[in-house]
Write a protein that binds this ligand. Structure first.
Ligand code: ZN
Length: 202
């Protein structure tokens, strides 16, 4: 194909008159590449340093703003508990059902938090959730104020990099806490049973 459109020995393009703007644009792009007539064509995958193609690099290459997911290490790790990790994964992806979504769909009228009854339902940032979270942190030996989940994720990522048993215990604890909070919420919604912080985390 290339042979037909290359003109002259200098490898200039000799492209037919474009039939429309799109083709014109394409020709302009194509003309930026200089052809070396005596050399064989080679495909180089520029995105990867080793020029090897992979689906992963294709994905990141095509995404205009590749979003680096940092939290996956807190969800999937050696010895993770599938049931827990699945919930954590939904939580990180912000796929857990919250009342504001149900209100938008007109399934319910109020988006008041099921756990504390104050303010909008936001997973893990209300007083009740933070209370549970504080207890979990205390059990792990961390004496610190509690923050919204994205900050806690960052805190945990910095402290779970190795393969030590501490590191694993922290990840399991994070997953367990998220699960306990969610379970307390379901208890309120489905069984009208409000649990105290002590009942959830002694
Ligand atoms: Zn709340």
């Amino acid at each position: 194909m290339l042979k037909f459109v290359i003109y002259g020995k200098n490898g200039e393009w000799s492209l037919p008159d474009p039939m429309d703007d799109v083709t014109q644009n394409a020709w302009e792009q194509v003309s930026k590449f200089k052809i070396v007539p005596d050399r064989e064509d080679r495909v180089n995958w520029k995105i990867e340093k080793n020029k090897a193609f992979s689906i992963r690099s294709l994905y990141y290459g095509m995404a205009p703003n590749p979003i680096k997911v940092v939290w996956y290490k807190l969800v999937w790790y050696k010895g993770y508990i599938p049931r827990y990790s699945f919930i954590v994964w939904l939580c990180m992806k912000k796929r857990l059902l919250t009342k504001d979504k149900l209100v938008k769909w007109k399934v319910i009228d109020s988006d008041l938090c099921s756990l504390c009854g104050r303010g909008k339902e936001t997973h893990f940032s209300c007083n009740f959730s933070q209370g549970i979270w504080r207890k979990a942190l205390r059990d792990l030996g961390f004496d610190k104020p509690t923050y919204p989940l994205n900050r806690e994720v960052d805190f945990f990522l910095r402290r779970t990099s190795g393969r030590s048993s501490d590191s694993k215990a922290r990840k399991v604890m994070l997953a367990a806490t998220i699960n306990f909070i969610l379970r307390s919420k379901n208890e309120v919604i489905f069984n009208q049973n409000s649990l105290s912080e002590e009942q959830v985390w002694g």
